[in-house]
Design a protein around this ligand. Sequence first.
Ligand code: UGA
Length: 432
Amino acid sequence: MKIAIIGTGYVGLVTGACFAEVGHQVICVDNDPRKVELLRTGGMPIFEPGLEDLVRSMTALGRLTFSGSVAEGVAKSEVIFICVPTPPLPDGGVDLSFIEGVAREIATSLTGYRIIVDKSTVPVKTGEKVAETIRRYSPTKIDFDVVSNPEFLREGFAVEDLRRPDRIVIGTSSPRPGAAMREVFEPFQAPIIVTDTNSAELIKHAANSFLALKISYINAIAAICEAAGANVLEVAQGMGMDERIGRRFLNAGIGFGGSCFPKDLSAFIRISEQLGYDFRLLKEVQRINAEQMDRFLGKITDTLWVLKDKQIGVLGLAFKQNTDDVRTSPAIELCQRLLKEGARIRVYDPQAMPKARLVLPPSDKVEYVDTLEAVAPKCDALVLATEWPQFTKLDLPTTRKVMTTPIIFDGRNLLDRTEVESHGFIYKAVGH
Ligand code: UGA
């Protein structure tokens, strides 16, 4: 099929590349001319495993093209996917101005029937507003349909998730766009669920909030484990073996971050409020998440006592492994709070350092180093803040030798306590 993708961020670019891979003809549109130029010349604006090769090969095959013009995208496609950002507003609501702007541009570019699909995460009833906007701004009366198709990919695993989704949600009550959407997704051989548009939009917020709830739940259990002398890793394993619960998203740590969970929780609480429901359960999820960071910092200050002028090595800046994304990253928040206490920090991340420098600028208190091994020398403590698997390869005997005091705070429960302690470290983790 001929597909246009408006917005080439994490969702748009990966979706475009994976659609091209299964044989669709895709044009990716972005309003940032530098990004379009970068992509046209084989560059990559984001780090995502497997993406660069895929984009390159699809571009070479001519199945994936890039443009700065929505009108060109509309002209060259049957189905148009909106994948633009929906950033948070200060009041917890969602800024829908990019969606509205794209809807207006589509309206003025329409020359024949098109299916307009919203893939961005949006509040329930946005599809209705998009349709209304297109009707209002379209100079002629042209037939179109608006469909909701929420995206469930995880950053860091985006290509993998798109190739093999657990399910595909198509939100439309009309047969014509329903059939076209099935054709778009048929090559992915994944279960498809067709719902009304409002339900599809709700599925996204409900799913993300539930996953966030699962994390806060295990973080609360971790606090109880610490108080009771139990081990959250064992508790999570025992709980997770119940198929109704499942082991995934039961990793205790310094809390969830990223551009999705914190934003989607606030938005869902707010939307519920507007619909007349006080979603106190989700407010508690937020509270536990914030408290988790306080508790972890408490461990650091309890152990190191005074942080002023202490040298602390921080491993990880991205909000999680396999990504260069530092938006709402707990690791960055941790760094900022250590700095506020007067500590000096030396930081390392396998991918996120260029983006981290913009929010955590290098200074006499913030030193960036290029390798994992370069972090530890003369440190009073090391803090693991992101769950990068390569951090488990830390050479413990050498690290022990070069540190001023051998203390490791593991905010992601990555290391093995017995092994770390056998090398003479003081080891503090979360919930065990
Ligand atoms: C999340 C959802 O998992 C995706 O399904 C969804 O499509 C996406 O949001 C979105 O709305 O676009 P993402 O934000 O990429 O994906 O990252 P996750 O892997 O879900 O991790 C989110 C945060 O939770 C990270 O900070 C991670 O470190 C933390 N986390 C995750 C935990 O603390 N414990 C866990 O057990 C799992």
